[in-house]
Design a protein around this ligand. Structure first.
Ligand code: G1P
Length: 287
C-alpha cells in the first residue's frame, strides 16, 4: 500500500463572508489568537505524517506564501533584539513541510481546484484539507482518516452529524455503518434543503482520496453556478470503488462563518497559557 505523503489545500476562495477584511488579504490568514487558520490546517496534515503541502492558490494569496517562507529580514531583526526563541519559532513554520503552489486561474469550485493538483500529486493517494474547518483533538482529523485508509486502502471522508437547519451548508452523505462511526457511503448530495438531505451526516473539511478521484473530477460537469463540485466527483467514484466516511473525534469549528470563527477565537484564547486568566476575567465582566 502506498503511504500518503501529500496534502492538497485549496485556498483560492474570495472569503466573501469576511469582507471587507478579505478584500486585500486572504481568509486563511485570519488568526485564531496568534496563528492564522492556514497554520492549523498545515499542522493537521503534518501531525498525520504528510511531508508535502500543495496549495491551490489564487489572486491575493501572497501572504500565505510569505508565511511559510523564511523571512530573512524578520529573523535578522529578532536576532538583533536578542529574541532567539522567536527566531526559532519563526523558522519552525517554514520547516513544517515542503510547500508547493499551484494557481487556480478561475474560481470554478472546489472540485476544479483539487483537479489543478493532479500532476503534482501523481499516481498516489493524497489528503485534502479545508482550512475553514478547524478541528481540536488529540489525533488530528487527517490522522484519524489516515488510520482508516491504512486499514482499508480506500478513499475516506471526515464526517460530523449536524442539525437539520444546517444541512444546506454541507455535502450530506449516507450509507451503511460497518463499524462504530465508520460508514460505507452510497448517497451524496451537495448543500441540500432539509427535504433533500439523505441523512444528518455532513462532510467536514478532511478527505483522503485514491488518485482515481482525478478521473472522476475530469468528467464532472460544472453545476448551475459554474462550479465543479467535489461531492459530485466523490459520488461517481463511489460507484467504482469503496468510499468510506468516518465521524471524526474532536471539536470542530466552522471558521468559514463569522460566528464559528468567533467561537474558535474565544476557545483558543481560553486555552492560551499567556492570556487565559485575564481573558476569563474579562469575559465575566462583559457577560
Ligand atoms: C465545501 C464542500 C462541502 C463540505 C464543506 C465542509 O463547501 O463543498 O461538501 O461539506 O466544504 O466545510 P464550502 O464550505 O466550501 O461551501
Amino acid at each position: 500500500m502506498k503511504k500518503i505523503k501529500k496534502a492538497v489545500l485549496p485556498v483560492a476562495g474570495f472569503g466573501t463572508r469576511f469582507l471587507p477584511a478579505t478584500k486585500s488579504s486572504s481568509k486563511e490568514m485570519l488568526p485564531l489568537v496568534d496563528k492564522p487558520l492556514i497554520h492549523y490546517a498545515v499542522k493537521d496534515a503534518v501531525e498525520a505524517g504528510i511531508e508535502q503541502i500543495i496549495f491551490v492558490t489564487g489572486r491575493g494569496k501572497r501572504a500565505i506564501e510569505d508565511y511559510f517562507d523564511i523571512s530573512f529580514e524578520l529573523e535578522f531583526h529578532l536576532s538583533f533584539q536578542g529574541k532567539s526563541d522567536l527566531v526559532d519559532e519563526m523558522r519552525k513554520i517554514s520547516d513544517m513541510a515542503d510547500f508547493v503552489y499551484i494557481r487556480q486561474k478561475e474560481p470554478k469550485g472546489l472540485g476544479h481546484a483539487i483537479l489543478r493538483a493532479k500532476d503534482v500529486v501523481g499516481d498516489e493517494p493524497f489528503a485534502v484539507i479545508l482550512a475553514d474547518d478547524v478541528i481540536e483533538n488529540r489525533l488530528s482529523g487527517t490522522k484519524q482518516l489516515m488510520d482508516i485508509f491504512e486499514r482499508y486502502n480506500c478513499s475516506v471522508l471526515g464526517l460530523e452529524r449536524v442539525a437539520k437547519e444546517d444541512v444546506y451548508k454541507y455535502g450530506i452523505v449516507s450509507g451503511r455503518e460497518i463499524e462504530k462511526k465508520l460508514f460505507k457511503l452510497d448517497e451524496f448530495v451537495e448543500k441540500p434543503s432539509i427535504e433533500e438531505a439523505v441523512s444528518d451526516k455532513a462532510i467536514i473539511g478532511r478527505y483522503i482520496f485514491t488518485h482515481n478521484i482525478f478521473n472522476e473530477l475530469e468528467k464532472t460537469k460544472a453545476d448551475k453556478k459554474g462550479e465543479v463540485q467535489l461531492t459530485d466527483a466523490i459520488e461517481s467514484l463511489s460507484k467504482k470503488e469503496v468510499v468510506y466516511g468516518k465521524i471524526l473525534e474532536g471539536k470542530r469549528f466552522d471558521c468559514g462563518s463569522k460566528l464559528g470563527f468567533l467561537k474558535a477565537t474565544v476557545e483558543f484564547a481560553l486555552n492560551d497559557k499567556e492570556i487565559k486568566d485575564e481573558f476569563k476575567k474579562y469575559l465575566k465582566e462583559v457577560e
